[in-house]
Design a protein around this ligand. Sequence first.
Ligand code: C2E
Ligand code: CA
Ligand code: CA
Ligand code: CA
Length: 276
Amino acid sequence: EAGKRGVRTHTFGEHLRGLSAQRLELESDLRRALEQNEFELHYQPKFNTLSRRLVGAEALLRWRHPRTGLVSPDSFIPALEETGLIVPVGRWVMKQALETALRWRRDHHPTLRIAVNVSARELRQTDFLANCRTLLEPHLADQPIDVELTESQLMENVEHSMHLLEGLRDLGCRVAIDDFGTGYSSLNYLARLPVDDIKIDKSFIALLTQSPETMGLVTNIITLAHSLSLSVVAEGVEEEEQAKLLRLLRCDTLQGYLVGMPLNAEAFEAQLLSVA
Ligand code: C2E
Ligand code: CA
Ligand code: CA
Ligand code: CA
């Protein structure tokens, strides 16, 4: 028995050491990535459901790793958050997206809206709003950039969220509630929060044409949002059937692989903006 337990403990210890070594390596990799400019933004288009016109894009973080190639955020954002590196990375994201938004709006599409994702850790920084102000105030009149925040982030501290949302809106940002439906949602708060859009989480869109319950839920979300004068974005639209149904349900905006993949800035420009 003792022997067995000994072996187990040993194995577990090895495992932990392995994990924390991996963690340390990832952390130093991420620091280098920031210094060496290995991060890039890809832009996924959003289209008006009825007119099918391009209305905006979501900026999505990518890591161009020198050895493993392009890395998706789910595998490194938790580490960025734990180390606090998400703060400088988030500032870089906003600055980069702002530059792109200003350029595209000036050269191609005067009303294009570009949105960035902001993590909970960034929002908790006491200087978050002040940093946004420094960056965005010179462009206030152009209202160039939008922000996506998840429902659970906003519910963490409702009073603080109200203050942040009002601050962001004063800077000309539209604010979207991301992953809507996955968190603890209180209709009472939803009605009070100064937001502009809700993004229905892709897990609902995936079930939309298969589950009558999900379809009922999505129908109700859209009705509720419209009654509060909020605009509705469906994310993760992959199939024509889903798009058709969302059109019938009067969903305002579509985003997903069916209508447009995330593209780097050059590809986005070439494929979606430079046309005539
Ligand atoms: P999210 O904000 O919910 O972003 C939507 C995710 O769905 C993106 O994954 C996008 O590529 C993916 N997606 C788009 N269309 C489809 C579709 O039709 N089907 C499916 N299955 N997926 C689709 P991505 O780029 O891997 O990003 C994952 C998450 O990482 C994002 O989820 C967001 O929470 C976070 N993230 C991305 N960029 C940033 C950033 O700059 N800052 C912060 N703090 N978080 C970011
Ligand atoms: Ca998002
Ligand atoms: Ca989302
Ligand atoms: Ca998400």
